[in-house]
Write a protein that binds this ligand. Structure first.
Ligand code: F6R
Ligand code: ZN
Length: 188
């Protein structure tokens, strides 16, 4: 198992095929997987479900602490209603930081802790952002092209997706005639 994870892998491997050494299959998220997170999610779903992004993960030792897991996400360009496409977002249960590195495209990385402090980071090619332990994270693609980024995080942590429904981000990111607009979620 370990031997496979230290074999070199190119970024091309992530885009041409699901890497043979991924311990998990590629994960695909559709509108139907996160419908209530978008203002117009229901309406978009009625018009037809579609893929929003996919990600590939390599975990050297799933469930074991002290190693590093890593993966690539491809987040498609576009909007759901007036809202830019985004990842579901999650918190790491317990503790566990993460590093995001931009490969292609541009967007906004939303970070928010459980106390409700929010950080909005412009994220693009070659951007490297450290996500401290305890901060929920969601990537929003505000550009015209698909966005790809690498994530590296500690193994042995759980991803808390339910928290997005109790401690969701305080803002939405909308496409308007004047460009990208960040609006409070409470104004829905
Ligand atoms: C791992 C991580 C990323 C995301 C991926 C998909 O801790 O933050 O690899 O898992 O970008 O986003 P989610 O997990 O929110 O569906
Ligand atoms: Zn994460």
């Amino acid at each position: 198992m370990l031997k496979r994870t230290i074999l070199p892998i190119t970024l091309e491997d992530f885009f041409t095929d699901i890497p043979a050494n991924c311990t998990e299959p590629v994960l695909i998220r559709n509108i139907s997987d996160m419908v209530s997170l978008f203002i117009d999610g229901e309406q978009a779903l009625q018009e037809g479900d579609r893929e929003l992004y996919r990600f590939w993960t390599i975990e050297p030792a799933p469930g074991e602490a002290g190693e590093l897991a890593y993966g690539v996400t491809e987040l498609y360009a576009g909007t759901i209603g007036s809202e830019f496409n985004m990842t579901h977002g999650h918190y790491h249960a317990g503790s566990g930081a993460e590093l995001y590195m931009g490969l292609k495209g541009s967007g906004l990385l939303l970070l928010q802790n459980r106390e409700g402090d929010l950080e909005t980071i412009e994220f693009g090619e070659r951007t490297i952002t450290y996500i401290p332990s305890g901060w929920g994270h969601r990537m929003v693609n505000t550009g015209d092209e698909n966005m790809t980024f690498i994530a590296v995080w500690p193994t042995g942590i759980d991803h808390d997706y339910d928290a997005m429904y109790t401690h969701n981000f305080k803002v939405r990111v909308l496409k308007t005639e004047d460009g990208v607009k960040i609006v409070p979620r409470s104004e829905d």
